[in-house]
Design a protein around this ligand. Structure first.
Ligand SMILES: [Zn+2]
Length: 276
């Protein structure tokens, strides 16, 4: 083996592969010159039309979901590495057929591709990327931390929440229609659980359903739990916050395309964060 190559391999493996920790490795086509490689990777996938230009420093700022992406990566219980194909072209013989960009998972013993270039090319937005990553990490035995606020007692919730919030979130109440703060409300930003602060819906998917409560046609991936609710002689699907179990509202099949769903949510169950 070429001596220099051996040294570079050693360096590469010691920086990326030698730890026994589980690790996500994002590899993409070309070095962009930007400082934040993590943001760069997501930006290139979800905003290819603005990315490939000579004014990347400007287009970079158009990637408005960068906080969502960085929050997600930082929330993972494993380390993420972002790198370029020219740094890994000599990787492993078994991986030499990889097409870039690609996402690899190192489970502590071996390295496997978990999201291929073809799949990446079909990703249109950051939520799809996050959803697919969650799915693949799950398939690879990574139990992502879920429901960490489900151990909070009702007594503790009583101290944490206002009486109205407690009634809706913990006692599955419903606010009067056309009275909620976010019913007629169309600012851009993220809607979070009023109980635990978990982001649940993006304003991008909010629409005016006319039903008297805030409505969304899509929830953020893996943030909502659905349960059959047959109270009041109706067959409905209750939606709750995946993290804290707080009651949000119901989901119906009469929403607009592309999902055909209507997540009908109490304003009191939500807090709003304007887009920064
Ligand atoms: Zn919650």
């Amino acid at each position: 083996m070429n001596y220099k190559l051996f040294i570079s391999m050693l360096l590469f493996t010691s920086t990326i592969l030698s730890f026994e920790d589980k690790k996500l490795i994002f590899i993409y086509n070309a070095k962009s010159g930007l400082v934040n490689e993590m943001i760069d990777f997501a930006h290139k996938i979800v905003s290819p039309e603005t990315y490939e230009c000579n004014l990347c420093a400007i287009s970079y700022n158009t990637f408005t979901k960068k906080k969502r992406w960085s929050d997600y990566i930082n929330s993972l219980p494993i380390k993420s590495v972002f790198t370029y194909k020219n740094k890994v072209s000599f990787l492993d013989k078994e991986l030499s057929n990889l097409k870039f960009p690609t996402i690899l998972f190192h489970n502590g013993a071996e390295l496997n591709e978990i999201i291929s270039r073809n799949e990446i090319n079909n990703i249109n937005n950051i939520n799809q990327l996050i959803s697919l990553l969650n799915e693949r990490l799950d398939e690879n035995g990574m139990k992502l931390k879920k429901g960490k606020d489900k151990n909070i007692t009702e007594q503790e919730w009583g101290k944490k929440l206002t009486p109205e919030e407690f009634h809706i979130l913990r006692e599955k109440g419903t606010e009067k229609p056309f009275t909620g703060e976010y019913d007629k409300f169309d600012k851009e930003g993220m809607y979070k659980c009023a109980g635990c602060g978990t982001e649940l819906f993006s304003s991008v998917t909010k629409y005016d359903s006319g039903c008297g409560w805030p409505a969304f046609y899509e929830a953020l991936p893996d943030k909502i739990e659905e349960t059959a609710d047959n109270t009041f002689g109706m067959k409905r699907i209750e939606i709750t916050c995946e993290n804290c179990g707080g009651h949000l509202g119901h989901v119906f099949n009469d929403g607009p395309q592309p999902s055909g769903l209507r997540y009908c949510v109490n304003s009191i169950s939500l807090d709003f964060d304007a887009e920064k």
